[in-house]
Design a protein. Structure first.
Length: 171
C-alpha cells in the first residue's frame, strides 16, 4: 500500500507516455554534450561528422533506421529524463518507480500526483527540446483496473491487488 507524507493510504496511478517523434527531434546539442562528457577522443569529433552527414533538420534529428540512431536517442533521453527521474525529484517526492525503454516511459506514483507526473515529464522533455506524444499519455488509477495498455509491444493490464499492485499480460 502506498502512503502519502502523513502516512495515509493513497491510491496508485500509472502514467504511461511516449516521446513525440523522438528520432526527428533528438537535439544535436544534447548529443554533443553527452559525447563530450561521456566519450573521449576521437568520438565527439566522429559523432559531429556523422550528425552533419545526415540530411535532418538543422541541429535536430537522427535518421530512423541508422544503426547509431537508437544509441544517440538513448544518450539524449538519459540526460533529459533518466538522470532527473533518478534524483530526489523535489516536485514529485512520492514517486515510486519508473521504467523507460526507447521513447516509452511508465511511472508509478500516488494517485494525487498523476497530473503532476505528466506535467513534470512534459517539463523535462521541453527542457530538452522535445515533448510528450499527444494522444499517447495514459494516466490510470490502479484501483479502477484492470486498465489495459501497451508497453514495449506487449499488451499489459494494471490493477490493484491486496493493497498492492499487479501488472499482468493482457489478452
Amino acid at each position: 500500500m502506498l502512503c502519502d507524507q502523513a502516512g495515509q493510504a493513497q491510491g496508485t496511478v500509472l502514467v504511461k507516455a511516449d516521446v513525440a517523434g523522438l528520432f526527428d527531434v533528438v537535439p544535436h546539442s544534447v548529443v554533443r554534450l553527452a559525447a563530450a562528457t561521456l566519450l573521449g577522443p576521437p568520438w565527439p569529433g566522429l559523432l559531429e561528422a556523422w550528425l552533419l552527414a545526415w540530411p535532418t533538420s538543422p541541429d535536430r534529428g537522427v535518421p530512423q533506421g541508422a544503426p547509431l540512431s537508437p544509441a544517440l536517442a538513448n544518450l539524449v533521453l538519459d540526460r533529459v529524463l533518466d538522470r532527473p527521474l533518478e534524483q530526489a525529484l523535489p516536485p514529485l517526492p512520492r514517486l515510486r518507480t519508473w521504467i523507460r525503454y526507447g521513447d516509452d516511459v511508465a511511472i508509478v506514483g500516488l494517485q494525487a500526483d498523476g497530473v503532476r507526473i505528466v506535467q513534470h515529464l512534459g517539463g523535462l522533455l521541453a527542457g530538452g527540446g522535445m515533448s510528450l506524444a499527444p494522444g499517447k499519455v495514459l494516466s490510470a488509477e490502479a484501483r479502477r483496473g484492470p486498465v489495459p495498455f501497451a508497453l514495449l509491444g506487449a499488451r499489459l493490464r494494471w490493477a490493484a491487488q491486496d493493497g498492492g499492485l499487479r501488472l499482468e499480460r493482457g489478452l
